[in-house]
Design a protein around this ligand. Structure first.
Ligand SMILES: [Zn+2]
Length: 274
């Protein structure tokens, strides 16, 4: 299988678990742990999304293995149930461990020992980390989430709850569908055109494919622009640059697998002080 390492991420295979990590976040390895899984033989579909007992057990096993390898306590994961909302929840209580938070797509915390988990199969998953305030966030943003600017709302939540400064926040963009494969019909194109009139080059970011009457949208770039506009420094927006569809042999993709699709997971946690 292809090594997906590039200037921003390293691709690791360890004890039967495959994942990428952001070089920039590894600089803070004494404070945080993180990974985005690679491989379509494993599936991280969350428990409440499935009635399949075998799949549930398998998901649990997969998370256990991943957590063991990267040094996270499996029982201290908190999940969002991801309904394409713009809601971000602050996690402060250990009673949330192993819970799935309902009706939210973003999670943030400053509590050591907590790990935040999201899943995707094409959607964008953002890691946020403020090394000054030691605050993390993990946010799911499909095309609906991007339209509702959930990445920006995550930063606002970090500011509001923990007084984070945008100039300190690092934002990492995990593998997702990219402009090369994110093709939409007129209805979605119109929604984007309408919402992002504040972006100067929006007509170039939404590219018409003649003669198909389809459009390709660079949702990753839109997020970069809106994050940059509220003060996240360009050098602190770190993109994996990896397209899930282009790498369909290695990463789950809804557009490729369709019904019954599998999901990858992104986890980020604050380490306990020793
Ligand atoms: Zn692609």
């Amino acid at each position: 299988m292809k090594d997906l390492s590039n200037e921003n991420v390293i691709h690791i295979k360890k004890d039967g678990v495959e994942y990428i990590q952001f070089k920039k976040l590894l600089d803070y390895n004494d404070k945080i742990l993180h990974a985005y899984t690679i491989g379509i033989e494993k599936n991280y579909r969350r428990l409440t999304q499935s009635n399949d007992e075998i799949q549930k057990k398998q998901t649990q096993e997969n998370y256990k293995k991943l957590c063991d390898v990267i040094g996270i306590d499996y029982k201290k994961l908190v999940y969002s149930n991801q309904l394409h909302t713009d809601k971000v929840e602050d996690i402060k209580d250990i009673k949330d461990f192993a819970q799935e938070k309902k009706g939210v797509d973003g999670l943030c915390t400053n509590k050591e020992g907590i790990t935040l988990a999201t899943v995707n199969a094409d959607c964008i998953l953002f890691f946020f980390y403020d090394p000054v305030k030691n605050v993390i966030a993990n946010t799911h943003s499909g095309w609906k989430g991007t339209l509702q600017r959930i990445s920006l709302k995550t930063v606002q939540k970090m500011q509001e709850k923990y007084g984070c400064n945008t100039k300190d926040i690092i934002c990492c963009i995990n593998p997702s569908i990219r402009k090369c494969h994110f093709e939409v019909e007129k209805d979605v194109k119109d929604l984007y055109e309408n919402e992002f009139q504040d972006i100067e080059d929006i007509n170039e970011i939404i590219e018409e494919k003649i003669p198909n009457k389809k459009w390709n949208i660079d949702t990753v770039l839109i997020n970069k622009i809106i994050l940059n506009k509220i003060g996240i420094l360009e050098e602190n927006i770190i993109d994996s640059g990896i397209c899930t569809v282009c790498n369909k042999e290695q990463i789950h993709s809804y557009r490729v697998q369709k019904e019954g699709y599998g999901v990858e997971t992104a986890v980020i946690g604050l380490k306990n002080k020793n």
